[in-house]
Ligand binder design. Structure first.
Ligand code: ASP
Length: 439
């Protein structure tokens, strides 16, 4: 068995956290390839090393003295090194970093040093080989990611390493110029490594025990999702459930490698297992609930719309021309409604309305704002009767007015539109009917 284990910033914020990580890794021989993030926040209000690096580099780029800022970053690492009693000096590394900051090596280079240095510390602590991500994660000259070369380089390099630490978040162009993924991108590195070495499992260690059935800011102590499929996760993540960088699922998904979200602070918790497909039934018919506020609907009416070929396309063309993506589009015989993000739409509202009038000559166009969309997601719905019935009776009992219903043909989710002010009540009601009553 080969496992790739990625640890997030809060799991590596100080020496105490590093010790927990060390114990986790040493507990299983299979945990052979380790992807560290940069040290994160040690306490509420603390600053992540990545953010300190961005600030420090901006100071350097402005031609101001950045000595003290770099010293504070160095101190974060030495605090860890001292706490772990390691015999490790980072003086040479910091001298190079200082020089490169002066030479304005770029923001991405600056940010990447958080993971680079933490990788050095981690490799020394574990006695694992250090593999610089700049040598094995490849970007094109335009900054886009080069998947094929990366796969080859990683595969070749790691086949020679029994154990290795590969820092997350960055890579480089062929000429050595360092590039980073978007924020939280160490998750992607872990996934790429897992793919390249055909890992049996990609463990992603963080500070929560997995994905929750509902947002804990809305539902008190929600249950943890034990198993979720990649497709379900996409639906929930799109609607705001974030634990994992959304791009990190693609490399492993192709190979059917499961991702296990685990909690460094509670290693005995099983966490959430993300899989391509499973015959394990979800515990509560539904797998999860997620949602977002801030949508608006544009309702277009025209008699005999149903007979007018190309009507829908022409309407959507207006949105496309204005650069607005649409979320949902329920329709009736003579009506169609387009749901969009309010903040994307507001500034272009009048152009869109005028465009629709010009394109399809509707009888009327009406708009409604301050709407929320809720996704109730679950692979179990397909084989369970009455799921929709339970959702809507729960909403009726909670006096929530349902504005829109959309069930995808995959029967994987039901999207419900409600007013913003009913959002929390609706999520709670749906959670309660499925999880608390457990019918
Ligand atoms: N350290 C980077 C960030 O803060 C990347 C990561 O943690 O995955 O975004």
């Amino acid at each position: 068995m080969k496992k790739v284990v990625k640890f997030g910033g809060s799991s590596l914020a100080n020496a105490e956290q590093f010790r927990k990580v060390g114990e986790i890794i040493r507990e299983e021989e299979d945990r052979r390839y380790v992807i560290p993030s940069a040290p994160g926040k040690r306490f509420e209000g603390d600053t992540k090393v990545t953010d300190m690096l961005y600030t420090c580099y901006r100071t350097a780029a402005a031609g101001e003295d950045f000595g003290n800022q770099l010293k504070a970053i160095k101190e974060r690492y030495y605090e860890i090194i001292r706490g772990l009693n390691l015999d490790l000096s980072l003086e040479e590394e910091f001298a190079v970093i200082e020089k490169n900051f002066r030479d304005l090596a770029g923001e991405e280079y600056a940010a990447s040093r958080g993971e680079y240095l933490n990788g050095k510390v981690m490799a020394a602590y574990l006695g694992y080989e250090f593999v610089d991500a700049a040598e094995v994660i490849r970007f094109h000259a335009d900054g886009s990611f080069d998947a094929d070369t990366t796969d080859r380089l990683l595969g070749e390099r790691l086949s020679k390493a029994e154990n290795a630490v590969v820092p997350g978040f960055y890579g480089a162009e062929e000429n050595g110029k360092v590039r980073t993924f978007s924020r939280g991108g160490s998750d992607i590195t872990g996934s790429l490594v897992a793919k390249a070495i055909f890992a049996d499992m990609y463990e992603n260690w963080t500070d929560v025990s997995g994905f929750l059935v509902a947002d804990p800011r809305i539902v008190k102590n929600p249950e943890i999702i034990e198993t979720i499929t990649y497709r379900e996760l996409r639906e929930l993540a799109y609607m705001g459930a974030t634990v994992l960088h959304e791009e990190s699922i693609f490399p492993v998904r192709k190979l059917g490698i499961p991702i296990n979200i685990r909690n460094t602070n509670c290693p005995s918790d099983k966490g959430t297992l993300i899989v391509e497909s499973t015959c394990r039934k979800p515990r509560y018919t539904i797998t999860g609930i997620a949602g977002k506020k801030g949508f608006c609907s544009i309702n277009i009416e025209k008699s005999l719309m149903n007979g007018e070929i190309g009507f829908g396309r022409k309407v959507l063309q207006v949105f496309e021309d204005q650069g607005i993506s649409f979320e949902h589009m329920p329709s009736g015989i003579d009506t169609m409604t387009v749901y969009v993000h309010q903040d994307e739409f507001e500034d272009k509202e009048q152009q869109v309305i005028a465009g629709i009038h010009k394109a399809v000559e509707p009888d009327c166009v009406e708009m409604e704002s301050d709407l929320a969309l809720i996704a109730v997601v679950g692979r179990g719905m397909r084989s369970t009767r009455g799921t929709a019935g339970r959702i809507f009776s729960a909403l009726a009992h909670a006096s929530v007015n349902v504005k829109m219903i959309d069930q995808g043909s995959s029967e994987l989710n039901i999207i419900i539109g409600v007013e913003n002010r009913d959002f929390e009540t609706a999520v709670k009601a749906i959670y309660d009917i499925f999880v608390m009553t457990q019918m």
